[in-house]
Structures are given as structure tokens and as C-alpha cells.
Design a binder for this molecule. Structure first.
Ligand code: SF4
Length: 341
């Protein structure tokens, strides 16, 4: 847990693909880190996919890589992602990896490197979204795009205005909705933009005990709640995400405390909806992380493995869902509380 104002990484090295030179995001980055050593490379994968890297060691001193995203620029949502009821649900990856370091994060199993990759060719990614909007199957609904899937984009917003750029893009494309999931307290970085019904700002909330133990470098619960209050006041649609709710000894007490804090701090009539999830991960990522973290309590519990997804058993899952339902069904209609399968 960390105060966000203090948490601005000092990237000692910035690797820049030759073709990424000259883009606005590249120029901004170079300006923001005048002391960084700039190293020109031909392909980001030569750094990012290097063999024998250690994710957690690299986390201690992340490097920044600026690259050109190649197709595919947009992906269909998976079962692990929550779609919040949207039929045309997609995600994209303007950035790989995250400033934060949650112990349960799948990124540790997905990538061998903890370095951060920013794709600077925003227009290519946005053109692909425009094409997909035209091609979407359920024309009666907008295309819902999660832009913060492989990262926490808002946490990076005091470095590069990527969230802002995507919001501005969405405002020009009325059949596009965005979900921006975050644990950040940096709402002020987008505060000067007028709110829009097309955008869902989705804050993940966890008990402070979980934040301290499992959500390294993220802001405390109070900062996230303060950010939500401001966003609601400014008219943004806000989704509350209790995801993952972790199951451990006395989990109920911690989560009850969290739910009471949320109910006493926020006007839930103003909240768009709530999404609820439990620990779940693709088997491959899970096994890779487990191997690299022999002392992790989280990765050495009993899980079930079904269709390539590792998750807690149904009994535990149902007790988690029940606690949420018992606590929030008097505050929000049932169809506004989405449970991950
Ligand atoms: S904030 Fe999200 S993306 Fe970032 S480390 Fe935590 S779980 Fe992973």
C-alpha cells in the first residue's frame, strides 16, 4: 500500500522501437524522464521476451518500453473477464504490465518480463475499434471495450494521458462504451474531462488487510473511495468491483468491514452496478506463478481445475456470493449485481 503521489517510478532506461519514434506518447515520455537512458531497439520483443527473466526481480526496477502494436488490435472478451451484461464485449491492450504488483495478478504468469510496454500507435488501435463497432453482432447495443485489461491504465495517467486519449476517442464514437478498471486514486488526472455516459469507471475495492498483504503499491481503500466520491459527484458512471474476493481464515470479517465502509461512505443509488469475482486464473498462468513463488500461501491452497481454469470450489464461491448478496441486495436491484461464473 502506498501513497500515490509518492509512487512515480523513476524509469532509469527507456527502450524505444525505431518505428515508435516521433509519436506523441513517445515525445511525452522522453520529456517526462529527462534523466532516463534512451536505448533504440528494433523490436520490443527482443527485450520483453528475453529468456531467463525473473518477474518479481524486475518489478523492483521496472524499465519502460515504447513500441508499435501490431494486429490484432482488439480481442473478444473471455469468460474470465466480466462483461457486466454487455453483449458486444471486447478488450484491447494499449499497455502491457502494471505499476502495481498484486500477488494474485495473472500478468505474472502471462509475461516473463515485468517491464512496462506502452504501445504508442493509438490511431491504429482506434481504427481497429471503429471497424469492430461496424462489424459488431448485437447492433442494438454499443461495443463495450475494456481498455485496462492487462494493466491499470489510470495508475499510469500522471505519466502518459492514455486514459484521457481513449475517453476523448470514445466521445467521438457514440456506439462505443469504455470500461476503465482501476485501483488508482488518480481520478484528478482525468477530472478536467466532462463526464460521459459512455464511460464506466470501475474501481476494484478490497479490505485494507488485503490491500496491504496482496495489492502491493496500490493506494489504500480510503484513497479509492475518495476518488469514487469525486467521480460520482462529477457525474461519471461508477462500477464497484469486489474482484477477486479472496477466501482465507476470517475472510468474512474483513469483507464485512469493507462492505460496511462502502455502504456508509457512498450513495449506492448513484452507483451503476457491482461486479463480484473470486480468485480464478488460467491453468497455465497459475502453474507458472506457483513454480516461481514456492512460499506463496495464495498459490498453494486447494483449488479446483475445470476446463483449464483454476478457481476455488463452488461451496466457497457460493458463500462469497451470498455475503455480497446479503449485504447489497437491499441497496441495488439484483440485475445490477453481476457475479462471475
Ligand atoms: S492492478 Fe490489476 S493489472 Fe495491476 S497488478 Fe493488480 S491485478 Fe494486476
Amino acid at each position: 500500500m502506498q501513497s500515490e503521489s509518492k509512487f512515480l517510478p523513476d524509469f532509469s532506461h527507456i527502450y524505444i522501437e525505431s518505428k515508435a519514434q516521433g509519436f506523441n506518447l513517445t515525445k511525452k515520455c522522453i520529456r517526462n524522464f529527462p534523466k532516463a537512458k534512451i536505448i533504440e531497439i528494433s523490436d520490443y520483443k527482443s527485450i520483453f521476451n528475453r529468456p531467463r527473466q525473473d518477474f518479481q526481480t524486475q518489478k523492483q526496477s521496472m524499465k519502460l518500453i515504447l513500441a508499435i502494436k501490431k494486429p490484432p488490435y482488439i480481442y473478444k472478451g473471455t469468460d474470465i473477464l466480466q462483461d457486466g451484461g454487455y453483449k458486444n464485449f471486447y478488450y484491447n491492450t494499449p499497455m502491457l504490465n502494471c505499476l502495481y504488483n498484486c500477488s494474485y495478478c495473472f500478468l505474472q504468469g502471462m509475461y516473463s518480463s515485468a517491464n512496462i510496454v506502452v504501445f504508442v500507435n493509438e490511431i491504429d488501435m482506434q481504427d481497429a475499434v471503429k471497424n469492430e463497432i461496424v462489424k459488431r453482432v448485437h447492433k442494438e447495443q454499443p461495443l463495450m471495450l475494456s481498455i485496462s485489461y492487462n494493466t491499470d491504465l489510470m495508475a499510469f495517467e500522471n505519466i502518459l494521458p492514455i486514459t484521457k486519449n481513449w475517453i476523448q476517442f470514445a466521445k467521438l464514437n457514440l456506439d462505443l462504451n469504455l470500461e476503465i478498471r482501476t485501483k488508482s486514486g488518480l481520478y484528478h488526472s482525468i477530472k478536467d474531462i466532462e463526464s460521459s455516459d459512455q464511460i464506466v469507471l470501475a474501481w476494484t475495492l478490497s479490505p485494507d488487510k488485503v490491500v496491504r498483504k496482496y495489492e502491493l503499491n496500490t493506494p489504500p481503500l480510503s484513497k479509492r473511495i475518495s476518488a469514487i466520491k469525486l467521480a460520482l459527484k462529477d457525474g461519471w458512471k461508477v462500477r464497484l468491483c469486489f474482484d477477486p474476493i479472496l477466501y482465507y481464515n476470517n475472510w468474512e470479517n474483513d469483507y464485512l468491514e469493507l462492505f460496511n465502509k462502502v455502504k456508509s461512505s457512498l450513495n449506492l443509488n448513484q452507483v451503476l452496478d457491482i461486479t463480484v469475482g473470486t480468485f480464478r486464473m488460467s491453468n497455465d498462468y497459475f502453474n507458472r506463478i506457483r513454480k516461481s513463488k514456492p512460499n506463496s500461501g495464495l498459490f498453494y491452497q486447494n483449488y479446483k481445475n475445470e476446463n483449464g481454469i483454476v478457481s476455488i470450489d463452488s461451496k466457497k464461491k457460493n458463500s462469497i456470493f451470498k455475503l455480497v448478496s446479503d449485504n447489497f441486495s437491499n441497496y441495488l436491484p439484483q440485475n445490477k449485481i453481476h457475479y462471475s461464473i
